[in-house]
Design a protein around this ligand. Structure first.
Ligand code: PLP
Length: 395
């Protein structure tokens, strides 16, 4: 193996899912609150558009940065949802949002560079920063700041070596959302470092329970140094279609397009036609999905707060609850493992999202209210017996 492989991390959600499935194969019942994917069907008009596209022959290679009409539809959508002007040339369509992270870091960071990323945050950021040999510089996401970082701390981390700043709002795993004032502070700090590019991961931009989505790219002077990551996986319940995109300045879309040619050639043609239907078609499916997530959020947050030793803030966006479990006396990983083994509830340790996730668990509420309720009941029942079997935290 190449040495770089030893530096490549992973996304624990897929590992926990595999363990949960293995338990199910042995006949155990498992409540799945680990994986971050909407359990809704992709809207009918999108599925129909894909079937039609296959019949019409959209089954061949297309251009690496995406079909011209798909780039145009994304440019229109990004412009409309962020109030910025976007040219189709400033769009690259990708097989998912993840490749945007992969390609942005590959294109921009190298040994000697520093990349600032949220901790706890989506694990692929740190994994990829390490893989390319750049230095990961975590910025602490703090519960006491409404699951945001302290913009003052950002100004102490930015340096002449910083190449990239990764933001994620609404955030995985905390559900935190960057406020307008915070973005304002970030923009001010960045003015002193014109060489820093921002990767703004906005994959949950539509899964928001309060206020509006704010993209840092909308601030004066920021679009020129910003990569917007968004996609179809979460908004349109299209995780398995593998379709996402980057909105970025032309030199970066050209670099990502070159990487695409070297990697996957192009995104699948018929999924892009379906993506156009998703962006330009009726949006009521998104609204009703978010309304349902809100109900589930309220059920899970209340249920978690009723558990001894758990305290859970109400997430503002995305579909994750991130309860503080310090009072239980368990480390995150031991409690997450025990809940799967003893209660049959699959969730993730906060540490799956970085060292600063210690003391937390992540529950995805992309599951039905009845499943959420039976998961909560199983945890409540199992907790007293767990305390006997698991050593308490030493610190
Ligand atoms: N960014 C964040 C913060 C995510 O949580 C995810 C998926 O869980 C992605 C990006 C990747 O999305 P996709 O499935 O479109 O690759």
């Amino acid at each position: 193996m190449a040495e770089a492989m030893s530096r490549l991390g992973t996304e624990t959600a897929f590992e926990v899912l595999a363990r949960a499935r293995a338990l199910e194969a042995q006949g155990r019942k498992v409540v799945h609150l680990e994986i971050g994917e909407p359990d809704f069907d992709t809207p009918r008009h999108v599925r129909e558009a894909a079937c039609r596209a296959i019949d019409e022959g959209w089954t061949h290679y297309g251009p690496s940065p995406g079909l011209p009409e798909a780039r145009k539809a994304v440019a229109e959508y990004v412009a409309k949802t962020r109030s910025i002007a976007v040219d189709p040339e400033e769009v690259v369509v990708m097989p998912g949002g993840k490749p945007v992270i992969f390609f942005s870091i590959l294109a921009l960071a190298q040994p000697g560079d520093e990349v600032i990323y949220p901790d706890p945050g989506f694990p692929i950021y740190e994994s990829m920063i390490r893989f390319v040999g750049a230095k990961p510089v975590p910025i602490r996401i703090r519960e006491e700041n409404g699951f945001n970082f302290d913009p003052k701390e950002l100004s102490t981390l930015l340096s002449a070596k910083t190449r990239l700043l990764i933001l994620n709002s609404p955030a995985n795993p905390t559900g935190g959302v960057l406020t307008k004032d915070m973005i304002e502070d970030v923009v001010k700090s960045l003015r002193r470092f014109p060489e820093v590019t921002v990767l703004s991961d906005e994959i949950y931009s539509r899964i928001l329970y309060e206020g509006e989505h704010h993209s840092i790219a909308a601030w004066p002077g920021m679009k020129e140094r910003c990569i917007i990551l968004d996609g179809f996986s979460k908004t349109y319940a299209m995780t398995g279609w593998r379709l996402g995109y980057a909105g970025a300045p032309r030199p970066l879309t050209a670099a990502m397009s070159r990487l695409a040619t070297n990697c996957h050639s192009c995104p699948a043609s018929f999924t892009q036609i379906a993506g156009i239907a998703a962006l330009r078609g009726p949006q009521d499916g998104v609204d009703s999905m978010v309304a349902e997530f809100r109900k589930r959020r309220d059920v899970i947050v209340k249920g978690l707060n009723d558990l001894p030793g758990f305290s859970c803030k109400t997430p503002v966006g995305a579909f994750y609850a991130f309860p503080n479990i310090r009072e239980t006396g368990f480390k995150s990983k031991e409690l997450a493992d025990a809940l799967l083994d003893k209660a049959g509830v699959a969730c993730l340790a906060g540490t799956a999202f970085g060292a600063a996730g210690e003391g937390y668990l992540r529950f995805s509420y992309a599951n039905s209210i009845s499943q959420i309720e039976s998961g909560l009941a199983a945890i409540r029942e199992a907790l007293p017996s767990l305390s006997k079997g698991i050593p308490a935290r030493s610190s």
